[in-house]
Design a protein. Structure first.
Length: 237
């Protein structure tokens, strides 16, 4: 499929003129074409454009989308494997069930972003802002979330096995039955988090803040606990 200015005329005259000036020959509706479209800041019309075209978003595997704004985008099930989304704005976007394996989301803005059931294995999410993020059932095995802020995240059943969670802020988050097996949680802020039934076997919690944390029914076999804590101290009814 070839994208011309015609659908933009139906959406916004200014955007249509801008598209014609930037892309006089139009764009192919493929990975490279959509990458160029988003880099040119046409993301504000992405939702109505997709509805008008009746076409799914093509694969954006390996796309360079650093600092691109996808705020409010509704693109569930997208292929963003190994995409560069460093410092991208994904606030309030719906990316549920998307494949973001090995994607670079360093310093990305993910406030209220829907990443439920996403594949984020091996992704770089360091220093990202995930306040009120939705991560239920997401797979973050081996992901790097060092210094990320996941304040009040909803991540029940999420898989964070072997993930780098050093100095992450997970305070007041819903982490019921999440899998943190062998995860690095050194100096993490887990204040007020609900870890009921979570798997923390082999996790390193050295220096972690566990004040008001709910750890009832959590598995802690082989876990390294903060200094002065003992597994018996964490047992809650």
């Amino acid at each position: 499929m070839h994208l011309s200015a015609e659908p933009f005329h139906k959406l916004d005259a200014f955007l249509a003129r801008r598209f014609e000036n930037l892309f006089p020959e139009g764009l192919a509706w493929d990975s490279q074409g959509v990458e160029r479209l988003l880099q040119a800041n046409f993301s504000s019309c992405l939702n109505p454009l997709l509805k008008l075209l009746g076409e799914p978003l093509p694969s954006l595997q390996g796309a360079f989308l650093a600092q691109v704004s996808l705020q409010g985008a509704i693109i569930p099930g997208s292929d963003l494997r190994a995409a560069n989304l460093e410092e991208a704005n994904l606030e309030d976007a719906n990316l549920s069930r998307s494949d973001l394996q090995a994607a670079n989301l360093h310093e990305a803005r993910l406030i209220w972003t829907n990443l439920r059931l996403c594949n984020l294995q091996g992704a770089n999410l360091s220093v990202s802002a995930w306040v009120n993020g939705l991560l239920d059932g997401a797979d973050l095995t081996g992901a790097n979330l060092e210094n990320a802020s996941l304040l009040r995240a909803v991540a029940s059943g999420a898989i964070l096995a072997q993930a780098n969670l050093r100095q992450v802020d997970l305070s007041w988050s819903n982490l019921v039955q999440a899998d943190f097996q062998s995860a690095d949680l050194r100096n993490a802020n887990l204040r007020g988090a609900n870890l009921r039934g979570a798997n923390l076997n082999g996790a390193d919690l050295s220096g972690a803040n566990l004040a008001d944390t709910i750890l009832s029914e959590a598995r802690l076999e082989g876990a390294v606990l903060p200094e002065g804590w003992a597994e018996s101290c964490l047992a809650q009814p």
